[in-house]
Design a protein around this ligand. Structure first.
Ligand code: MN
Ligand code: MN
Length: 364
């Protein structure tokens, strides 16, 4: 683990740079600590150690081991506010497979990201100490065993008061994610961006896969259905009643056609009204976006949103009380040149991290 104490002699902002801030008791350190207290304020006390990305003015972004955004790969939950967590599991896929390589592809291209989000006016790592936790354990080929290992891995993170940002993995991982979150926070509101509702009852006589998770989550009492909303459904169905199944479960559902008849901003208002002040889980299936922008996914549907619109939707969630989130269904084998799907997913995770930072700031 890299651990560094930097002075301010580089002439830039009065703060520490590098993978880890270790607050040594020097005069300069004390001054910087005071300055940092002003920035951090919210959520948690300044502790001995803070985690942030490597300084890309000192070492180039293409260098180093590929963690998310060049964050330190550590498991020190005590000194973290948010954690990037990979869930490299794809046994729940119903068509293409390969999302087990999603986390590594997202991490690799995430080195491009910079720490300030101008659209949300937030310097993420001034608000949050963030680490790349690595991956939760999975058992390839065995979904229920993997559900147990994914849940217990994530539950530990929630119990430490750390917000997980999960990199999938196929969407089947959302069920153990919600089990872990609800075990600590109680039933949550859900905001799901997806071209599919994922509320089918079964595939091949089996209850668990990436098309059934949100029905299971309602049945298991993990969700506050009356506060939950599914956004972006489109594409061919098995039956006329497929989407009504979600509504019968008590979830609100907005199709891509609905959104095109109104606007992105009206849809954002609908999401904000629906969720209100409930604790919320945000789940982003990259097939929400059109395959022209996100071809590397398991069950692509044409007629979707642009990368730009995805950013607008996510930024519109500012103020929500996010307790966990994910970006799922990245299949790098089907990605285009330039890794555009992984790039999209990395930016989704970046926006989610920005939302967590904004809510920490406003709670302070
Ligand atoms: Mn999905
Ligand atoms: Mn989908």
């Amino acid at each position: 683990m890299l651990q560094e104490t930097r002075s301010t002699s580089c002439g830039r902002n009065p703060r520490f740079y590098g993978p880890v801030r270790s607050n040594e008791k020097t005069e300069a350190g004390e001054r910087i600590l005071e300055a940092l207290q002003g920035f951090v304020g919210a959520g948690r006390q300044m502790s001995e150690t803070r985690y942030e990305p490597a300084d890309s003015f000192e070492t180039p972004r293409f260098s180093g081991v590929r963690t998310f955004m060049r964050l330190p790969n550590v498991r020190d939950l005590e000194n973290a506010d948010a954690a990037i967590v990979g869930a490299p599991f794809d046994t729940g896929a119903s068509f293409r497979a390969g999302a087990r390589f999603g986390p590594e592809s997202i991490r690799s291209i995430s080195h491009l990201l910079r720490p300030y989000n101008p659209s949300q006016s937030v310097a993420i790592f001034d608000q949050l100490s963030v680490l790349d936790y690595g991956d939760v354990p999975v058992v390839p080929g065995f979904i229920e065993e993997s559900y147990e290992t994914i849940q217990s891995g994530l539950e530990e993170i929630h119990r430490a008061g750390v917000v997980p940002i999960v990199l999938g993995g196929d969407h089947s991982i959302a069920l153990p994610e919600l089990r872990a979150a609800a075990a600590v926070h109680g039933p949550l509101a859900l905001v799901q961006f997806d071209s599919h509702a994922d509320t089918w009852d079964q595939y091949f006589g089996k209850k668990y896969n990436h098309g059934t998770i949100f029905r299971r989550a309602v049945e298991e009492g993990l969700l506050r259905a009356d506060r939950s909303i599914q956004v972006g459904m489109r594409g061919s169905l098995y039956d006329a009643g497929d989407l009504d199944a979600s509504r019968k479960l008590g979830l609100d559902l907005v199709t891509t056609d609905d959104i095109r008849k109104t606007s992105v901003s009206e849809t954002i208002e609908r999401i904000q009204e629906r969720v209100g002040d409930a604790k919320v889980y945000v789940s982003f299936d990259v097939d929400f976006v059109d395959p022209a922008y996100a071809p590397g996914t398991g069950t692509p549907e044409i007629g979707g949103f642009t990368g730009r619109e995805a950013q607008e939707f996510l930024r519109g969630l500012a103020g929500l009380q996010i307790r966990g989130c994910d970006v799922v269904e990245v299949y790098p084998q089907y990605d285009g040149p330039g890794q555009i799907t992984a790039l999209l997913a990395a930016n989704v995770a970046f926006e989610l991290l920005g939302l967590v930072a904004v809510s920490t700031r406003s709670n302070g």
